[in-house]
Design a protein around this ligand. Structure first.
Ligand SMILES: [Mg+2]
Length: 362
């Protein structure tokens, strides 16, 4: 079970339909893909993905250098491997680029660990259940017009989704923002929850104005209404609103999550598998959230998050926003709003090697 080879590749996966996010045009999903191989023929795969290409080479270079230190480690000992690599890279962390470089290696290692034991990750990591409710958040951008938004919401409902999440822009206009929620509700029809992501774009006075108006409009959660560091502001909003205030996708470390949880700043915690540095630290944050009796969700990467959330008792919902469909042969899709992990040991995901080759950046 010893690792004999680690490979790191950069993939640029072009999008069929570009969109605006954070003031930038998004035209591709960039991946840093890691593969760990053992002498007995096991290959584990892991990747991070981001809708931007800047600094991706730096992440890949860091992952590649760190990956060399996995040679000789056992795929059955991911905890020891993570600690070893984190120590080697502690001068560029904790968090930030260090975590983005550790994550693909750690995910690949856990995939290999599952394959070595012929167990799917959701069971290997706890086996609390084998599926999870999902919600759709793709193609619900703030850059869409009302008619496009309604159309997109209708398409998600038609595909069987029972919850959708739209992003709202920075404008502190109650009527306009509630109007966007109503357009999504109109498109989705009755029986579909409409959630809102403020994407950290409001200040406290704006969030205090919009929060109650959106609650009144019938949304079922309010995500990232404020910058993630504004713990007091988030705690105040969480206390004022009946609907859950959710967030956490911008946090990197266990300490950041602990401070946020202690302040009661979130009702539901969202974990970003890449920012937290992979599956090994993800599990610690999940356990901490459970201690605070907080449900948890995953930020994007539904194909891996479904395993992790299904493994723990406080797993709540999967964000169905696949960004790696083109490079996988078997991206799982929700049925009637419920997502099951891909079949097979580890995370069960298989690369579409032809597509990987096509997207590879030399
Ligand atoms: Mg979000």
């Amino acid at each position: 079970m010893k690792i004999t080879d680690v490979g790191v590749e950069i993939l640029e996966v072009p999008l069929e339909h570009g969109y605006q996010a954070g003031g930038r045009k998004v035209v591709a999903n960039w991946h840093v893909l890691a593969r760990v191989r053992t002498a007995d023929g096991i290959e584990g795969i892991g990747y991070v993905v981001k809708q931007r290409g800047d600094l991706v080479r730096a992440i890949a270079q860091a992952a590649s250098e760190l990956g060399e230190h996995l040679i000789g480690c056992s795929v059955l000992e991911p905890e020891a491997a993570w600690r070893k690599l984190a120590k080697l890279s502690d001068w560029i962390g904790p968090g930030g680029l260090q975590h983005w470089a550790l994550a693909p290696l750690d995910i690949a290692l856990w995939d290999a660990a599952g394959k070595a034991q012929s167990q799917p990750l959701w069971r290997l990591l706890g086996g609390y259940r084998d599926s999870l409710p999902a919600y759709a958040s793709d193609r619900l951008w703030y850059s869409l017009g009302l008619a496009e938004l309604e159309e997109s919401a209708a398409a998600h409902a038609k595909a069987g989704h029972t919850a959708i999440k739209l992003r709202l822009g920075a404008a502190p206009d109650r009527e306009m923002q509630a109007g966007r929620v109503r357009a999504a509700q109109q498109g989705a029809g009755p029986g579909v929850d409409v959630m809102v992501d403020g994407t950290q774009s409001w200040d406290y006075p704006t969030a205090a104005l919009l929060g109650p108006a959106l609650e009144e409009a019938g949304i079922t959660w309010l995500e990232d209404p404020l910058y993630h560091d504004d713990i007091e502001g988030l705690a105040s909003l969480a206390a004022r609103l009946d609907i859950p205030v959710t967030g956490g996708e911008n946090l990197y470390t266990l300490t950041q999550f602990r401070r946020t949880f202690e302040a009661r700043a979130l009702d539901i915690a969202i974990l970003d598998l890449f920012r937290v540095g992979g599956i090994t630290p993800w599990r610690k944050i999940a356990a901490l959230a459970d201690f605070f009796r907080l449900p948890i969700c995953g930020h994007v990467v539904p194909e891996v998050h479904v395993h992790l959330l299904a493994a723990v008792p406080n797993g709540h919902k999967v964000e169905y926003m696949p960004r790696s469909t083109e490079i996988l042969a078997n991206m799982p899709a929700p049925v009637d709003g419920v997502l099951r992990p891909a079949e097979g040991a580890g995370h069960g995901l298989q690369l579409d090697e032809r597509s990987v080759k096509r997207c590879r950046v030399e």
